[in-house]
Write a protein that binds this ligand. Structure first.
Ligand SMILES: [Zn+2]
Length: 290
């Protein structure tokens, strides 16, 4: 079914441009209560299975922390003659991705995962030197085929934000691949059911776009899904309580300024355009995250 794949990708591309100019186990259970200026969440400490820790911080504390570079990838494949100039911003050729990962490793970067980021932002816990987070949106199977292989060379771990409508379709990851990513220590997050803009949700959209995908991803991975990425990076303040209600403890956008009361639900990321080499990527990482 090529058609749905193309149409979803096209919608993603068009709106991304706009945005850019733009466990079911008790041990791992996460509970969230959040007031306007305070985010509170408990989660298990992977180092110590029986110890529960809480992510608590007021917005000012979170906003005062130095931002950690978070990179956002979509497709990892060589360009085709039919790829538009804009599409090439979202399609990173294999050699470029390989070179970018090598540069990060050679330069001493360490990939971190969202729980580490939350511990840093809310409790001031130390991160490894030169931290960076790698995130992958939209379920494209090149993320598994190319991304995983390159990341394994350096022991890197990433976050995969899945739009569940495409699971198992041609060109997209299967349930087994997503499960393997989770078992390999990567984090699976939610990216809605079919990538509609959260700013337009009403009525049953929240169940369709948030509740059902969460249940499906939790069934696939056997873990609680704690992290969300907004389609196209677009968000509004009405979406944040809906995400909190579903026990997701942070949400990732793209380039907009973070929300002054809920910075943990508007964490910034940077798309790495396909034409960039590692050096250019690193220079933008330093410029964009301060
Ligand atoms: Zn997306």
């Amino acid at each position: 079914m090529k058609k749905p794949r193309k149409s979803i990708f096209a919608v993603c591309m068009i709106c991304s441009i706009a945005a850019c100019s733009h466990f079911p186990s008790s041990v791992d259970n996460v509970q969230l209560t959040a007031a306007a200026t305070t985010a509170v969440a408990t989660t298990s400490n992977p180092e110590s299975k029986n110890e529960e820790k809480t992510f608590v911080a007021d917005a000012a504390t979170v906003l005062a922390k130095k931002e950690i570079p978070i990179l956002c990838y979509h497709q990892l494949r060589d360009w085709r003659p039919t790829d538009s100039k804009t599409a090439k911003d979202y399609i990173v050729p294999v050699a470029n991705f390989s070179q970018q990962m090598k540069l990060l490793a050679d330069s001493g970067y360490h990939t971190i995962l969202p729980d580490q980021l939350m511990a840093y932002l809310t409790r001031g816990e130390a991160l490894p030197s030169k931290p960076v987070m790698l995130t992958f949106d939209d379920t494209d199977d090149s993320q598994y085929r190319v991304g995983l292989a390159e990341m394994r060379k350096y022991g890197f771990k990433g976050v995969f934000f899945i739009m569940t409508v495409s699971i198992g379709r041609p060109g997209y990851m299967t349930k087994d691949q997503i499960k393997e990513l989770a078992q390999d220590g990567h984090i699976i997050g939610s990216h809605t059911w079919d990538h509609h803009n959260v700013k337009q949700y009403a009525g049953s959209d929240w169940q369709i776009q948030l509740d059902k995908p969460l249940k499906q991803l939790e069934n696939i991975t056997g873990t609680q899904i704690k992290y969300f990425a907004y389609p196209f990076g677009l968000w509004n303040t009405a979406a944040i309580p809906e995400i909190k209600k579903r026990n997701m403890i942070a949400a990732f956008q793209l380039y907009a300024k973070r929300d002054s009361t809920d910075p943990l639900y508007t964490i910034r990321r940077m798309i790495v355009p396909g034409a960039w080499d590692g050096v250019r990527m690193e220079s933008w990482m330093k410029k964009n995250f301060k």
